[in-house]
Design a protein around this ligand. Structure first.
Ligand code: COA
Length: 179
């Protein structure tokens, strides 16, 4: 598997979003971390569900596929997506969209960019874990074609204990590429 450049997106993200031209995605850097943390804490159903600064720093240092979505006119960060590549598979580690923009298709746009990257590097499978209580995220993943393939018991810390994770998988060979 050859490693393409991660510095710029050759894709046309958000092609389906009504006001797609208002947004642009780019590679995330360490300078973006404070803005991403603020955006994600607001977006999550519970602040404890959001990623920590350490999560982002270690992902960036590990060279994971990490992109932010920005508002073109202001540069404000309105989305983030991080994925780890493995042998013939990719693992979606985190995705979040500014709460004020939920339901506008921005997560779908970030995922389309990730699918395009997977296809570019010849990765057929995308995996993720999600809290069963995170109905919004579950809804997004199911509509994207992810299927539930297992449960990791007590995977996530949760208020008052631990919460299971649903393991989901998307077979990109069975999903049509977006135009
Ligand atoms: C999960 C999250 C990223 C979704 O972002 P979003 O930009 O609102 O999602 P989109 O608007 O792209 O929705 C994509 C699809 O899911 C659908 N959808 C959106 N909200 C939904 C909901 N509450 N229930 C079911 N489906 C929903 C949309 O209609 C859309 O469907 P379509 O592709 O058929 O049009 C966002 O809610 C978020 O940031 N949550 C906090 C962080 C988080 O929980 N991340 C997931 C960690 S596993």
């Amino acid at each position: 598997m050859s490693a393409p450049s991660r510095s710029s997106s050759p894709f046309s993200p958000l092609a389906h979003v009504a006001e797609a031209s208002a947004f642009a995605d780019r590679v995330m850097t360490e300078d973006d971390i404070p803005a991403v943390l603020g955006m994600e804490r607001q977006a999550c159903p519970h602040p404890a569900h959001a990623w920590s600064e350490d999560n982002y720093r270690s992902s960036l240092r590990s060279g994971y596929w990490s992109r932010v979505l920005t508002q073109r006119d202001t540069g404000r960060i309105v989305g983030v997506c991080v994925a780890m590549d493995g042998f013939e598979e990719m693992h979606l580690l985190n995705i979040a969209v500014d709460k004020a923009l939920h339901g506008a298709g921005l997560a779908r746009g970030l995922l389309d960019t990730l699918y395009a990257f997977c296809r570019q590097v010849g990765v057929p499978l995308l995996w993720l874990e999600v809290r069963p209580s995170n109905e919004r995220a579950l809804g997004v993943y199911r509509r994207q074609g992810f299927v539930e393939v297992g449960v990791r018991k007590g995977y996530y810390p949760a208020p008052g204990g631990r919460e299971d994770a649903l393991v989901m998988r998307l077979d990109l060979t069975k999903r049509a590429a977006q135009p």
